[in-house]
Design a protein around this ligand. Structure first.
Ligand SMILES: CC(C)(COP(=O)(O)OP(=O)(O)OC[C@H]1O[C@@H](n2cnc3c(N)ncnc32)[C@H](O)[C@@H]1OP(=O)(O)O)[C@@H](O)C(=O)NCCC(=O)NCCS
Length: 190
């Protein structure tokens, strides 16, 4: 099933949302919401709109099939997305990197991002090491230092800051600091 690009409803409620992993057939809808986020919030992401806009759809399909991207979906439209990247390398496969958290403006402040992150955290804590996820013990997030909305959300979910990277991003003529945050955990019931 291909997902349509925009939500047609207003006053959406959280109950209407389903969370599911995106797969190759969702590449077009994923590219659309990904580019929307990069275009509207250039400072919030390490990737740039110009770079990803020029990427072929197959590249997005590949990212979905070989990575782990969760979407909050309502009426077959995507309200928000978040990615989890894991290393296969022996010495770093205990670390997962959360990336690309984005919620469409009409869905904001209704708990979509919190639900997406809670799901990814739970997946990371409970997934058996033989599944697609490695033996995770820690999740990491980078957030632009002035992004209060995201920082408050991450802190509320238990992440804490462990480093500040000065001038981590350059957007146009402006440099931006990034805060590195982490959530360490003991794997549950594997
Ligand atoms: C940051 C973002 C993902 C939050 O999504 P959301 O679905 O609106 O967030 P939620 O409704 O789940 O909010 C959860 C908590 O986050 C914090 N929060 C969210 N938006 C906030 C805002 N505008 N101001 C302050 N705190 C905010 C609050 O603590 C909130 O809890 P509360 O509603 O009980 O007060 C969304 O604003 C967004 O997509 N921003 C642009 C992209 C971005 O910055 N991504 C993060 C990259 S690191």
């Amino acid at each position: 099933m291909r997902l349509p690009i925009h939500s047609s409803t207003e006053n959406q409620t959280l109950q209407a949302l389903n969370l599911r992993r995106l797969r190759a057939q969702d590449a077009s809808a994923f590219k659309d919401i990904r580019l929307e986020g990069l275009r509207l919030h250039p400072v919030a992401f390490g990737a740039s709109f110009a770079e990803e806009q020029s990427q072929a759809l197959e590249r997005f399909a590949d990212r979905l099939e070989n990575g782990h991207v969760m979407a909050a979906v309502a009426d077959d439209a995507i309200a928000g997305v978040v990615g989890l990247a894991c290393s296969r390398a022996e010495k770093t496969r205990h670390i997962g990197l959360i990336w690309g958290l984005y919620v469409r403006p009409s869905w904001r402040r209704s708990g979509v991002a919190r639900r997406l992150l809670e799901t990814v955290i739970s997946d990371a804590m409970h997934m058996h090491p033989q599944d697609w996820l490695p033996d995770l013990r820690s999740l990491r997030i980078c957030v632009e230092a002035n992004n209060r909305a995201a920082i408050e959300l991450y802190e509320a979910l238990g992440f804490s800051a462990w480093a500040v990277e000065k001038q981590a991003l350059r957007v146009g003529d402006h440099f931006h600091d990034e805060i590195h945050m982490r959530l360490d955990f003991v794997p549950q019931n594997r």
